[in-house]
Design a protein around this ligand. Structure first.
Ligand code: NAP
Length: 302
């Protein structure tokens, strides 16, 4: 029986593990993919205090090195369910199970992807999901942003401060984003808006060179020369496996406040997977801290 089982080894989960291990708790950290979460996709993190710039992969490695020094037990497995037991919780991973007195869910988010040819090939070499993290690499160059929500509009506006030209590509005419943002983008001379348009292919050699576009009404195809494409087509929480036990909001995020407590005593939610306003690396690590301290207090009071 573990004291704390942490599901997800992104920045939130790894920070939670750091605090729990330093508090001498018996911890199991479970990760279904590679540890590091979304930051490993970032070419350079420039907004994490203490590092002027650090490659996201290196930052994740640093975090894990710190945990290894504390003898972290990292289990590569995909969690597909959670249940309540007499002494705590049973975390299910296919045919395997692990039991813990408390659980911290730090499952993060997955960027929705376009699913077009070239997307995987140029990931980190022109294809990005984070303008704030990677925009600086495209200073003075031409880029595209895909999406019609607040993130896409904010990304386009942010990138227009750095890049020579930003083309905002949206699949229909109406925007999901706030009108004020759309107006601001329309008035921005560096932003060109292409509506009713989809990306069909991302092309290049070592890095992105151009996009193959299609107008969804006329079916006409064209190419757009860009060095980078920022995909902002929404995020998908990964909390379906916990829905039978823990409350989710209407968008599928774990319902938990700033104290990271879910509606089930002993289960905590940390990072992007929980209902919150600001989803950044710094807020994820902050959540990891809060969730671990809350979990430790919960265990100590049992
Ligand atoms: P979002 O609002 O879900 O918008 C995603 C956009 O991507 C939509 O315009 C959607 O098009 C488009 N899209 C989805 N799948 C696509 C596909 N396969 N191909 C092409 N386009 C596709 O996502 P978000 O902008 O990341 O925002 C998420 C939430 O955070 C929202 O509630 C948003 O308001 C909030 N947010 C708030 C702020 C703020 O400052 N207040 C900033 C950022 C985000 P359709 O419109 O056609 O569906």
């Amino acid at each position: 029986m573990y004291d704390i089982i942490i599901v997800g080894a992104g920045p939130a989960g790894m920070t939670a593990a750091l605090y729990a291990l330093r508090a001498q708790k018996k911890v199991l950290l479970i990760e279904g993919e590679s540890y590091g979460g979304q930051i490993v996709e970032s070419q350079g993190v420039e907004n994490y205090p203490g590092f002027t710039e650090i490659n996201g992969y290196d930052l994740a490695e640093n975090m894990m090195r710190q945990l290894r020094a504390l003898q972290v037990e990292l289990l590569p497995a995909h969690v597909d369910g959670i249940g309540q037991t007499d002494g705590g919780f049973e975390v299910r991973m296919g045919t395997k199970t692990a039991c813990g007195r408390a659980v911290i869910l730090a499952t993060g988010l997955k960027h929705r992807k376009l699913g077009v040819l070239g997307e995987e090939q140029f990931l980190g070499r022109g294809v990005s999901f984070c303008a704030l993290c990677d925009g600086g690499f495209f200073r003075g160059r031409e880029v595209a942003v895909v999406g019609g929500g607040n993130t896409a509009l904010q990304d386009a506006l942010y990138l227009s401060e750095l890049c020579a030209r930003v083309t905002l590509i949206h699949r229909r005419e109406g925007f999901r984003a706030e009108e004020a943002l759309v107006e601001k983008a329309r008035k921005n001379e560096k932003i060109t808006i292409l509506t009713d348009t989809v990306v069909k292919e991302i092309r290049g050699e070592m890095t992105v060179r151009e996009l193959l576009l299609q107008n969804v009404r006329t079916k006409e195809e064209s190419t757009l020369a860009v060095s980078g494409i920022f995909e902002a087509v929404g995020q998908i929480p990964q909390n379906g496996a916990f829905a039978s036990l823990v409350a989710l909001d209407e968008s599928g995020y774990l319902t938990a406040g700033e104290d990271c407590k879910t509606d089930v005593a002993g289960i905590f939610a940390a990072g992007d997977c929980r209902t919150k306003e600001v989803r950044q690396l710094t807020t994820a690590t902050a959540d990891g801290t809060v969730a671990a301290i809350s979990a430790i207090a919960y265990l100590d009071a049992l």
